[in-house]
Structure formats: structure tokens, C-alpha cells
Design a binder for this molecule. Structure first.
Ligand code: CO
Length: 507
């Protein structure tokens, strides 16, 4: 294949423009990280204008007509088979970003940046005082802007599809509703079997007093074993744990501490550590190209869930980690066994808080949010009615009463940040993770023994090879098929959950 000088120049020009847009986006991400970890409360107002200014500039650069001309011209070259596969992938993702952005007016982008920065601030106050009325006016503005966004982007069937597609390219309500209905039925059936079991694993080993600094040491040791590079990342504290990347050599993760529950900070650390390993695993030569990002949020979440649940909540893992824990907390866990820890970290309970939910009920929390979001975006429910709708669905799906809004409708930061369409990617992450794990177990037959010795390098190498190194080169379904030899299939998740919880609860 021969590439003409003109095509080469155009590619170089488009790459230069994209690199600058990526740089600006990562600079905006630094401001967002700071807002959640370091910024004093009164910083919110000026932070809102700063972020709005940056996002406005990013949007202007992306929708520049010159970008559209370069894309069209290069797509013609591509159609003549003049371009390499990697260049065609580059054009595909930039075309996608360009089309999404050109459909959104500048004023909408700026209004969303301001509304969500103010929303995050009022959500923090609303949650700490458990008062919906503090947050509701800001949320109303955000919902109206997201509905405008859906109309601008366009959709075939449901306005929510336009928002879903941003996080999981190609996902639609039509596809997810039957998938999640099936998952919900299987989950309810598993919960009933657990209810009938006389076995009740105890969480007692986890619910003692654990010094915060020593918890941080334990988390850091495990992160290092997993392969997280502290020369290319760091961990801090925030109300809601998250991961953000300013490039593969500067990846930030956060956790939060509870001195009376070891699992809170530890599993947040492993979870975000899994995200962080993906971001650190993006090849340097893909960074700043538009391809140096995750394939989708569902794929990103598959990485965190795989480390948190499939590895971090296995008995093999506690054979490795318990001796480490005993050196830090001899008084608390001296007589605890790996079997005790395996039960303690896998106790199933119908509980209120999504981020602390077990693997089984977790998906019910997601399905509840998926249903509420669809109805808000469709305009079928008013913001004022969300607390009562939330409480009713929690009763229906999980069988429990919500005592206050802080533990109910105000528990998550997503809506304050304008992230409608994001929650379903968590359950997709669970589905993908189980399928990847089934393949890893087949290809690394002694993986349990390796985990029990704290040898995570073969697992990380496998993930680097099959997932991380491709960045956004393939669409999510295609990436899973390449990695596992099969299109995404929900059977791996239900099979894994049935086997694991059958072992713990004896059925
Ligand atoms: Co996550």
C-alpha cells in the first residue's frame, strides 16, 4: 500500500489537532480530580467557570470545520485502501467524537459544565444533610440539559439510547432491557436459595477497629503486588472513589476509609486499582491519538470488577493476603482463617448502598437506576418524585425500606455530574469480567495457586495482551470476542455466581 504525500500531511495535521484536544481534556481532568480530593468548599464557584472555559475551548477545537474537512478527505483515502488498519481505527473514533460534538451547540456544552459543577457541590451538601430539596433544583436543570443533549445527538427508539451510546458505543434500551430482565430473574432465584440456606458467613473479622494509616499501608502493598506503578500514579481520598487518567504515566485513583469496616477502603482500592492498571497499560504510542482511551466504560469496569471480585474475593486471594494483614493487625485477625475471610467478604445481604453491595445484589441496584434514568430522560417522572420512586423500587427489587434520602436517592454522585446512561456499564462490566475470567482460568490452569502466592504478574500480562494494549482500537463487543473467542455472553456471570455462592452457602 502506498500513502500519498498529501494523505500523510493530512494525517499529521489531524493527529496534531487531536493531540492538543487530548491534552486539554486531561488538563480539565486535573481540575476535576482536584475538585473531588483537595479543593476547599468555597472553590466551587470559580472552579465551575474554569472548567466551563476549558470545556468550551475543547469543544471549539473538536468542532472546527477544518477537522471535518480532514476527516472527509482521509475517509476517501481510507476507502481506497490507502491507509493502515491503525489509521482507519483512528479515523473511526475521531469521526465518532466529531459527530457527537458537532451535534451539540456550544451553549449547551457550557451550560452543562456549569450546571454539573454546581450540582456536584449542592449534592455534597444535600447528602450530608439528607435533604433532597438542596439538590433538586440543580438536578432539574441538569436533567433538562441532558434531555436536550439526547435530542441533539439523535436516537432511533428511545432518547436514553443517545446517552447510553456515549459510554457503551452501540448499547440500546432494546438490547439491555431483556438482558437485565434475565439477570434480575437469575439474581432473585439465587437470593432465594441463599435465604433458604442455614449457613450465615460472619462479617465479624472485618468489623473491628482498624487504624486508618495501617489500612492505607495494606492497600498500598496489595496495589504494588497487583502491578500498580506508583511512579506513574497515586492514591488519594475522596467521598466517592474514582479513577482518572492524565495519560498512562499519571493515573490517579482514590479510596475512602471506615475505621470500623476493613472492606470499605480495601475493596475500593482494589477496584480502582483495576481501573488504574488498565489506564497505565495503554501503550505510550497510542496516548494523545484519541485511541489511547478505554474501549467503553463497560470494558473499563470489567477490569475493576475482575480484580475486586473474581480475584480479590476468592479464597486463593485470602491465602495470600491474610498473612500480610496479620502483620499489620495482629490483635484483630490473629485467629482468622482464609475460609473465614472468604465468607466475610462474600456475605450476601439486601442492603441500601450500591458501592457496598455484594456481587449478587449489586446488579439489582443497577437495574433500579437503569429504570429510573430511562423514565427521567423520557420525561415520564418529575425530579420531585424521585425519592418516592427510588424508595418504592428499592422495596420491590431488594425488599428493604429506605430510612432517609442520604442512604437512598442521594447516595451516588453520578446524576450531579450529568452521567445519565453510565450506571448500566457497571453491570456490563460484571458480565464482561466473568467471561474474561473464564478464559483466563482455561489458559492459566494454575491461576489459583499463583494468586495464593501473590503472583499476579501472569494475570496482568494476560490483560495487557488481550485488552489494555488495544486502547479504543476495537468496539467493546469485538474486543471481548478477540480476547475470549466468543461474543459477549451473560451465561459466564450467572454460572460463576451460582458456583461461588453455592460453595459459600452450600447448595
Ligand atoms: Co468502577
Amino acid at each position: 500500500m502506498s500513502v500519498s504525500a498529501k494523505t500523510n500531511d493530512q494525517l499529521a495535521e489531524l493527529r496534531r489537532r487531536v493531540a492538543e484536544i487530548v491534552d486539554l481534556g486531561q488538563a480539565a481532568a486535573v481540575l476535576g480530580w482536584d475538585q473531588e480530593t483537595m479543593m476547599p468548599p468555597k472553590g466551587a464557584h470559580f472552579r465551575a467557570t474554569q472548567k466551563a472555559a476549558l470545556h468550551g475551548i475543547i469543544h471549539e477545537r473538536l468542532v472546527d470545520p477544518k477537522v471535518g474537512q480532514l476527516l472527509t478527505s482521509l475517509e476517501n483515502a481510507s476507502a481506497q485502501k490507502e491507509l493502515a488498519e491503525l489509521d482507519r481505527a483512528f479515523l473511526r473514533v475521531i469521526r465518532r467524537d466529531f459527530d457527537r460534538a458537532t451535534k451539540l451547540p456550544d451553549s449547551l456544552v457550557k451550560d452543562l459544565a456549569i450546571a454539573t459543577t454546581e450540582g456536584v457541590e449542592s449534592w455534597h451538601r444535600a447528602r450530608s444533610e439528607s435533604r433532597w430539596d438542596i439538590f433538586a433544583p440543580d438536578l432539574r436543570k441538569i436533567v433538562e440539559l441532558k434531555r436536550q443533549e439526547a435530542r441533539c445527538v439523535g436516537f432511533a427508539e428511545h432518547p436514553y439510547d443517545a446517552l447510553l451510546d456515549e459510554y457503551e458505543p452501540g448499547a440500546t434500551c432494546a438490547q439491555l432491557i431483556p438482558l437485565f430482565d434475565d439477570l434480575r430473574r437469575q439474581t432473585v432465584s439465587l437470593l432465594e436459595r441463599i435465604d433458604r440456606s442455614p449457613r450465615r458467613p460472619s462479617r465479624a473479622p472485618l468489623t473491628q477497629t482498624f487504624d486508618r494509616a495501617k489500612q492505607a499501608t495494606f492497600g498500598e502493598r496489595v496495589l504494588r503486588r497487583m502491578g500498580f506503578d506508583f511512579e506513574a500514579g497515586r492514591e488519594d481520598v475522596s467521598a466517592h472513589p474514582f479513577t482518572t487518567s492524565f495519560g498512562p504515566t499519571d493515573v490517579r485513583i482514590t479510596t475512602r476509609y471506615d475505621e470500623h469496616d476493613l472492606a470499605v477502603a480495601f475493596y475500593a482500592t482494589i477496584h480502582e486499582g483495576g481501573h488504574g492498571l488498565y489506564d497505565q497499560g495503554i501503550p505510550i504510542d497510542l496516548a494523545r491519538t484519541g485511541l489511547g482511551e478505554c474501549a467503553s466504560l463497560g470494558i473499563h469496569e470489567s477490569q475493576s470488577r475482575l480484580w475486586e471480585n473474581l480475584i480479590g474475593r476468592s479464597i486463593a486471594f485470602w491465602r495470600f493476603a491474610l498473612p500480610e494483614l496479620k502483620t499489620l493487625f495482629p490483635a484483630q485477625v490473629a485467629n482468622v482463617t482464609p475460609e473465614d475471610m472468604f465468607g466475610a467478604v462474600n456475605q450476601v445481604e439486601r442492603s441500601l448502598i450500591r458501592v457496598e453491595a455484594d456481587e449478587i445484589t449489586y446488579n439489582l441496584h443497577i437495574i433500579l437506576r437503569f429504570e429510573i434514568e430511562r423514565r427521567i430522560i423520557a420525561g415520564e417522572v418529575d425530579v420531585d418524585d424521585l425519592p418516592s420512586l427510588w424508595n418504592r423500587l428499592t422495596k420491590d427489587y431488594l425488599g428493604i425500606d429506605v430510612p432517609n434520602d442520604a442512604m437512598g436517592v442521594l447516595q451516588d454522585t453520578h446524576w450531579a455530574s450529568g452521567l445519565f446512561g453510565y450506571f448500566p456499564t457497571y453491570s456490563l462490566g460484571n458480565l464482561y469480567a466473568a467471561q474474561l475470567w473464564a478464559t483466563i482460568r482455561r489458559e492459566i490452569p494454575d491461576v489459583d495457586e499463583r494468586i495464593s502466592r501473590g503472583e499476579f504478574a501472569p494475570i496482568l500480562a494476560w490483560l495487557r495482551d488481550r485488552i489494555h494494549r488495544y486502547g479504543r482500537r476495537y468496539r467493546p463487543g469485538e474486543l471481548i470476542e478477540r480476547a475470549t473467542g466468543e461474543a459477549p455472553n451473560p451465561v459466564y456471570l450467572t454460572r460463576y455466581l451460582g458456583e461461588k455462592y453455592g460453595q459459600i452457602y452450600g447448595f
